[in-house]
Write a protein that binds this ligand. Structure first.
Ligand code: SF4
Length: 465
């Protein structure tokens, strides 16, 4: 799926300690992580004594300019790009979220979703906590405040022992940077170094952009505390099986990143090769809808010995919003982003490689434009199994109603989209492509086996009451 039409990423986080102009480094880090959230962006910096912040709605270059960055002083900073998975998309809910209490300022950036947020928030409110936002991330700060007298490290250990679900976070006080990841390790988080400065980021592509050296992943269940004394690692949890989000490999992460110890591009290509082994379809050529199935399409072609063509051309200059066309120009919305190349498609048998089908509406419109352009046969192969179950760990398909494969059989989805055939990669094929097994990954949106049981009412707006 195209990034603007498909499932939305949870968020991206970035942190830096020990670098002059840390906020500028965070700005570039967020630029590299923009694909993980396009609704809001923010940076909080510190000189060791005073905290500075700037946040806003929009893309990173829309939120920051030279002047705002020059006002973010200090050698340490955290940054965040957000797509709302809990709480509305409003500036009040932009992150990093900053609070002051007991003479200390705390800022947090969170990627993931807490599965016991509603219960914890009610408990905290009964004890007198007053919440400023509808984000589950704020709960972590309230829990921290309750045991802060013991010191921020102890307070954080106490806080993480109460929260459940998915969290890869950066946290900052005036003089400490902390990074922590849930014991299941749903979302990625890595550690790098740049000229003696410490960097943490959701993905390694952010380290690459700022020329930092990848050191290692922040381990599931680990808390890193970085201050002028150096780096300290705290592991408050007993070991438990990891359940990395496999959909990061299929769709979310950038192909130039290495996550969960593997390169995303390589995995996507192998997903395409597995697809070809499971479904060797006769056709004239293979094509992706840019930029969704690009790498799996390369893998499918290599395995089949079929040519790869770009049967549709993407307009790179379409913003997130444009004036909706009149009813008489119904297909304008699709065509302005992706325009079919009639000479390539005319009378051809085409295999489209997709990375996912969530609602199916965008695919349906795209197939219609390919038919109009003269394609003779259109087959679609998808580089993961059907999405039949909601995600409660930070991805925006949180109800079954949003998932076409939950409501309909594969044949019905094929008919709805208007395809000659539709094939999904098997669960085993997907695992083989990642060299993984059922125990190392979360597969809940495919098989309904949730590694952490969610509360009964978990939805994007569940804290808005
Ligand atoms: S349910 Fe799916 S999208 Fe959500 S964490 Fe698990 S694998 Fe990832």
């Amino acid at each position: 799926m195209n990034r603007f039409d498909g499932p939305k990423e949870a968020c991206g986080v970035f942190g830096v300690f020990g670098q002059p102009d840390a906020a500028k480094l965070a700005y570039f880090g967020l630029y590299a992580l923009q694909h993980r959230g396009q609704e809001s962006a923010g940076i909080v910096s510190s000189t060791g004594k005073a905290i500075y912040e700037h946040k806003g709605m929009g893309l990173v270059p829309e939120v920051f300019d030279e002047q705002t960055l020059n006002g973010l002083h200090g050698h340490m900073a955290i940054g965040h790009v957000r797509y709302s998975t809990t709480g509305s998309s409003i500036v009040k809910n932009a992150q990093p979220f900053v609070v002051s209490f007991g003479g200390t300022t705390l800022a947090i950036g969170h990627n993931g979703n807490l599965t016991n947020a509603r219960k914890l928030r009610k408990k905290l409110e009964r004890k007198g906590s007053i919440f400023q936002t509808t984000m589950d991330s704020e709960i972590i700060l309230h829990l921290l405040a309750r045991s802060f007298d013991a010191g921020v490290e102890e307070a954080l250990v106490e806080a993480v022992s109460q929260i459940e679900g998915a969290y890869s976070c950066v946290l900052m006080t005036e003089d400490k940077l902390m990074a922590f990841r849930d014991p299941n390790g749903f979302r990625p988080l890595c550690l790098g170094m740049l000229n003696g400065a410490y960097i943490v980021a959701s993905e390694t592509c952010a380290l690459d952009l700022v020329d930092a050296r990848y050191v290692r992943d922040v381990e599931p269940g680990e808390i890193l505390v970085i201050d002028k004394k150096g780096l300290q690692s705290i592991k408050p949890f007993p070991n438990r099986p990891h359940t990395f989000c496999i959909f990061e490999h299929i769709y979310f992460a950038r192909p130039d990143s290495n996550i969960f110890g593997k390169n995303v591009y390589t995995i996507r290509k192998r997903l395409g090769q597995k697809l070809a082994q499971e479904y060797p379809i006769e056709a004239d050529f293979v094509m992706p809808f840019p930029d969704s199935g690009n790498y799996a399409a390369i893998g499918y072609c290599h395995e089949m010995g079929l040519p790869l063509e770009m049967g549709v051309i993407r307009n790179h200059y379409v913003g997130r919003t444009f004036i909706q066309p009149a009813q008489s120009m119904r297909d304008f919305g699709v065509k302005v982003k992706l325009n079919p190349v009639k000479d390539i498609l005319h009378q051809k048998r085409v295999i489209i490689v997709e990375d996912s089908i969530i609602r199916g509406t965008t695919s349906k419109m795209r197939i219609k434009t390919l038919r109009k352009a003269g394609a003779k046969e259109i087959h679609m192969v998808v580089s993961c199994p059907p999405h039949r179950f909601p995600c409660y760990y930070g991805i925006d398909f949180s109800t079954k109603g949003e998932l076409i494969a939950c409501q309909h059989t594969v044949e019905e989805v094929q008919t709805y989209i208007g395809l000659d055939s539709l094939c999904y990669l098997s669960l085993q094929g997907m695992l083989d492509a990642t060299d993984g097994n059922e125990n190392g990954f979360c597969l809940a949106c495919f098989n309904g086996k949730y590694p952490i049981k969610p509360e009964d009412d978990v939805s994007k707006l569940c804290l808005e009451y």
